[in-house]
Structure formats: C-alpha cells, structure tokens
Design a protein around this ligand. Structure first.
Ligand code: CTP
Ligand code: MG
Length: 171
C-alpha cells in the first residue's frame, strides 16, 4: 500500500491519461475547493467542459486561481492530465514562485484498463487512440519527474493500487 504523505502546503499535480481516475481520486482524498480541474475551468470559461478550443483560457484561469490559493498558503491540487513535460513545467514554476513544494501523484494504469473505462464513459467522446498517445507520452517522460522539480513523486500502477493508496498531511 502506498502512503502518500503530503506536505501541509503543496502544489499537488495529479498526473495521468484520461480515465486514469484523477478526478475520482481527487474527490476521495481532497476537499472540493482544493481541487482545480481543467474540465471545470473549461466549463467556467466556455460552458462546455470538453471544449478543446477553450483550453488556453481555461488553463490561464486555473493558474491564476492556483496562484492566489498558494499565495494564501492553501494546498492546491491540479486535476489535469499533465502527461507532457511542458504542462508540468508550468506547475513547477508556479510552485517555485510561491515557495511551495511541487509534488506529483502519478496514475499510470495499463492502457487496456483506460480504454475499457473510456468506452464506458458517456462524457468522453474522443477516440481511444488519444489515450494511447497520452500513455506513451507519460511513460516516455515519467522517469524525469524528480529532475523536472517535483520534490516527491508517487506512482500508482493499477486500479487496485490507486484504491488502496492513503493520503495524509504532514506539518
Ligand atoms: N473509474 C473506475 N474505477 C476507479 C476509478 C474510476 O471504474 N477506481 C471510472 C470512473 O467511474 C469514470 C472513469 O473511470 O467513469 C474515469 O475516472 P475519472 O476519475 O473521471 O478519470 P480522470 O483521470 O479524471 O479522466 P479525465 O482525464 O478524462 O478527466
Ligand atoms: Mg477528470
């Protein structure tokens, strides 16, 4: 069982392909207001949580709010795929600007599991090969996370490992 011991003040990046279970994990272990999800911000700016065209405005808004929270000393969870180093760099930079520890919780599930979940979801209508590309991008770059600046990196590799993980906060 993985025990995720988070610093009381951290910028927590949930990292994983679509259907890895990031939003489910966030809802289970964090307060709703601690979690900033890219879908929610897409909806806030465009009324459509799946609007790819709104991605730029959604992330600008998400980062603005995340910065305000960190400046106030509030632990903040970013629920977005963050499978690309460029996406994660922005998170590490934000944490550094606020003297907060960036940490990553990676949900690296088998592709077949993700595809099966995706097929059962009414709220995700993109083609399953998108998930394959996200998984490849994550696996190709996963070893570099610590070097990117994440102070702690926890990797969960199965649905069972995700379900069993415990999250605590240490002063
Ligand atoms: N799911 C599941 N078992 C889990 C966790 C999630 O079967 N232990 C299912 C959920 O019911 C949901 C799907 O997998 O239908 C995706 O879970 P979600 O938490 O929404 O995944 P995300 O990583 O947030 O996906 P996205 O990036 O598309 O938001
Ligand atoms: Mg989600």
């Amino acid at each position: 069982m993985t025990e995720i011991r988070l610093p009381e003040l951290a910028l927590v990046a949930l990292v994983g392909a679509s259907s890895a279970g990031k939003s489910t994990f966030a809802a289970r272990h964090f307060e709703p207001t601690e979690v900033l999800s890219s879908d929610f911000f897409r909806a806030l700016v465009s009324d459509d949580e799946s609007s790819l065209e709104a991605t730029g405005d959604a992330f600008d808004s998400l980062f603005f709010v995340a910065g305000k929270r960190l400046a106030r000393g509030r632990l903040t969870v970013v629920d977005a795929t963050s499978v690309r180093p460029d996406d994660r760099r922005r998170l590490v930079d934000l944490a550094r600007q606020h003297d907060v520890l960036p940490v990553a919780i990676v949900l690296d599930l088998p592709r077949a599991v993700l595809e099966a979940r995706h097929a059962a979801r009414p709220d995700r209508d993109f083609r399953p090969d998108v998930i394959g590309r996200q998984v490849s991008e994550l696996r190709r770059t996963l070893r570099g996370l610590q070097k990117e600046g994440f102070r702690h990196v926890w990797v969960l590799r199965s649905g069972e490992a995700v379900d069993a993980a415990q999250v605590s906060r240490v002063p």
